[in-house]
Design a protein around this ligand. Structure first.
Ligand SMILES: Cc1cc2nc3c(=O)[nH]c(=O)nc-3n(C[C@H](O)[C@H](O)[C@H](O)COP(=O)(O)OP(=O)(O)OC[C@H]3O[C@@H](n4cnc5c(N)ncnc54)[C@H](O)[C@@H]3O)c2cc1C
Length: 392
């Protein structure tokens, strides 16, 4: 099989890149290892700044029909403190909402299929090799190995799983690593328009109403704080320890979940790999978390994934995919656009997470926010909540 483009991974970054390149007339294969629908460690909130892009992708209608309520306010839950504040841009919209990743990612792959993308699923990319001016991509599926040739490869496989691909990181295991957890609940008591940000010792998280009456709770915790929580609570599982730690240290979480029931199992992933990475190297483009990742404290990863897929497909417009110089030029344009759009929020998120995990600093942040709630609104603006991408 031969394609112009092979995209690895059908999360929001890969699906956006595949869909927009197929609409631009490229032949595209999208390879996804998981069977959809599948749940994922993610808070599931998508900022209003990406609505114009998903409208252009033809996904906006389904997203509006299915997603949870519009988020007009944020709040800081830190220890005993509960501080609400307006979401920046709430008066002008469009507003962000949360949609389960089991639903969102499935919708995006269905749209890609309709646009002519060849979806190979479940199928795992296990190797990428140079082959003439293009690449040979090795794929494992149904116990057998296949090969697909393409002019370019787009790595959209996320960043949390180590592996042997040139775009994957090595295994890591340090006390300061952040591990991700996520669960859905029913019968939570949270104002529909409110998205609380959780600061707790050793970690941070968030809560928001998603689709179908599901309350999404997601968090990141340092590995050393998790080990300590497991000791303190003598918990049999990491998720039980994290949840006990959260309930013990956050009045807001206790109140929201007082009558709530877990809907499905806890999920865990990570460690996450925040930072800014290459966007292009030797015929391989990177989108979504592979290109760069913010601490999820700012809930911008889905937007960054969708918008980076869109930016890349714009940079590749009318580019001869067999011309190495033309590809390098597209790579430079894409990396520059990527940094303009995302680097400020990645740095801001690193600072917010450093504050959140340290009890003394989190307490100070709580006091300051209580005195001046506009600080929270300003922080959300710094994190990209008003930085829409022109989707023209
Ligand atoms: C606790 C937590 C909460 C978060 N909350 C939010 C939030 O509320 N809002 C927000 O915007 N962001 C949030 N994020 C971040 C967000 O989840 C990610 O940034 C986003 O999922 C990145 O999208 P992606 O398309 O780059 O990768 P992913 O969504 O990770 O998708 C990658 C896909 O590639 C597939 N894949 C991997 N390897 C292979 C392979 N070798 N072959 C084939 N397929 C492969 C995977 O199965 C997966 O489907 C959160 C993250 C965490 C950890």
């Amino acid at each position: 099989m031969r394609f112009d483009v092979v995209v690895i991974g059908a999360g929001p970054a890969g699906a956006t890149a595949a869909l927009s390149l197929a609409r631009a007339g490229r032949s595209v294969a999208l390879v996804e290892k998981a069977v959809f629908p599948r749940r994922k460690v993610c808070g599931e909130f998508m900022s209003g700044t990406s609505v114009a892009v998903i409208d252009r992708l033809g996904l906006g209608g389904a997203w509006r029909d299915r997603a949870g309520p519009e988020v007009r306010r944020l709040a800081l839950f830190s220890g005993e403190r509960i501080v609400p504040a307006p979401m920046p841009g709430a008066a002008t919209g469009p507003l962000g909402r949360a949609l389960g990743r089991d639903v969102l990612d499935t919708l995006a792959v269905e749209a890609a299929t309709k646009a002519g993308v060849q979806v190979l699923q479940p199928a795992r990319v296990v190797g990428i090799e140079r082959s003439g001016p293009g690449h040979r991509v090795r794929i494992a599926r149904e116990g057998a190995q296949d090969e697909v040739d393409a002019d370019i490869v787009i790595a959209a496989h996320g960043s949390w799983e180590p592996g042997a691909l040139p775009t994957q990181g090595a295994k890591r295991n340090g006390p300061g690593d952040f591990l991700g957890f996520k669960a859905h609940f029913t019968n939570g008591r949270l104002d529909p328009d409110l998205m609380p940000l959780l600061f707790f010792p050793g970690g941070y998280g968030g809560m928001v109403w998603a689709d179908s009456g599901r309350l999404s709770l997601s968090l990141c915790i340092r590995r050393d704080a998790l080990a300590e929580a497991r000791r303190r609570h003598a918990a049999s599982s990491a998720a039980d320890a994290v949840f006990a730690h959260l309930l013990e240290t956050s009045r807001g979480v206790r109140e929201v979940l007082a009558l709530a029931s877990l809907d499905g199992p806890w999920l865990a992933a990570g460690p996450i790999r925040p930072g800014i990475r290459r966007g292009y190297d030797d015929g391989i483009f990177r989108v979504g978390n592979v290109a760069g990742e913010s601490h999820p404290i700012i809930a911008e990863g889905i937007s960054m994934a969708i918008q980076s897929g869109w930016l890349l497909s714009n940079a590749l417009e009318r580019v001869d995919l067999r011309d190495a110089d033309a590809l390098a030029g597209a790579g430079r344009r894409y990396e520059a656009a990527w940094r303009r759009q995302f680097s400020t929020r990645i740095r801001a998120a690193a600072i917010f997470s450093a504050i959140a995990v340290r009890p003394a600093m989190a307490d100070l942040a709580g006091r300051v926010s209580q005195a001046v709630p506009g600080v929270l609104t300003f922080g959300a603006a710094l994190s990209g909540k008003t930085r829409a991408l022109a989707a023209g």
